[in-house]
Design a protein around this ligand. Sequence first.
Ligand code: C2E
Ligand code: MG
Ligand code: MG
Length: 420
Amino acid sequence: MSANDSGPAAVVVIDDDPFALKVLSVQLQGARPEGCDCPQLISFDRAQAAIALLEKGQRRVGLIVCDLQMPGMDGVEFVRNLARLEYRGGILLVSGEDSRILRAAERMAKAHKLRVLGALRKPVMQAHLRRALQRTLPEAEGEPEEPGPEVAPEDLRRAIREHELVTHYQPKVRMATGEVVGVEVLVRWQHREFGLVMPEWFIPVAEEFGLMDELADCVIRNALRQSRCWMDLGRQLDVAVNISMSNLGSLDFPDRLARLAGDIGLPLSSLILEVTEAQIMTDPRSQLDILARLKLKGVRLSIDDFGIGYSNLAQLRDLPFDELKIDRGFVHSAGADPSRHAILKASIGLARKFGMKTVGEGVENRVDWHVLRQAGCDLAQGYYIAKPMPGDEFASWLEHWAGHRQDLAAEAGKLHRRPH
Ligand code: C2E
Ligand code: MG
Ligand code: MG
């Protein structure tokens, strides 16, 4: 590896498992601040190599993401070495199984006054990586060093009760025809002081302080009301709501859902619930019965952010999912990266085998769209189609999309006819 200290601070990723290393790298690329090509990622399969890089002192490192169970130098020893070298960047400690070594390494790092940004079980959620990048790479274009507010749980509780949470909607489009088939519902907090606050800043707080049920009820109620408005205007759209595993932990969740839909006069068949792959795989067995009851009530289920959660074939076969959403790390720029493209194609093939529909997330440009379409994906979602928007902007966006859709269909026809 060539050393060069003139550019922005690098991010170092260390994991002895080559697959985990690839996944973390793809996630970090996807988590980079918008409009910014940094960070430069340097990956190692051994902690000693990272220590050697720091010892040379030729490359500024802003963030180290490090697996703790590695042959050779373990995480605790690694942390001790970072302290010896007076490393001043951020550290994100991750571990596949053993939370004790994770806690021990974290305690020790803090005792050495190192800047620990988190000690996380694998698979790591994208939101944690994004936050770590924002906090450690101040040179990221347009991003202040500490963007976003610190959220106090009592403020969030009040905000939920006083209806400060609003829902935005991002279209999902059928790739073969360009038809808009549904929307994903994304929550934001219309904050009195900070303006529109994105979910990555308050969902973790809601998780930690037991507010996820209240939050989900509020989002689902908003979404179903919006869906009802669209239906009354003659437009049938599926609404996909993100839920957390902690929502599935409440045994009365299916009944609450049925009540909410009944109050608004909508069938539960227009609702899709998205659960991230990473969360399902933490405890797939115990959630099966609640997922099965939701399905019996007519709700459809979707696996979100697929590709980074380490599920295996048997788990996928056994879980009653209707849709698989491929993580944007394997969609955006897949055309320029053979290994991303291979994961994209394999995921689509797998979903088809198990009778699931596929959605590609993070379609950011025309190339992403055509690559995804040629890979055989059913639906697309991403900034290229539309950014999430308030419900009352949807009608005018649909008019705009009608024109764009025809251009895309014409282009796809030309590509199809082009000799190989
Ligand atoms: P997600 O469910 O995977 O949602 C997609 C995220 O990707 C959204 O971010 C969306 O704005 C963003 N996105 C969509 N298209 C593109 C694109 O082309 N490029 C890029 N770079 N990003 C794109 P958002 O709204 O910040 O939400 C982040 C995550 O927060 C969601 O990821 C979801 O896991 C969680 N979340 C959002 N709303 C809720 C909610 O109501 N309940 C729960 N439990 N989680 C939620
Ligand atoms: Mg989602
Ligand atoms: Mg997703």
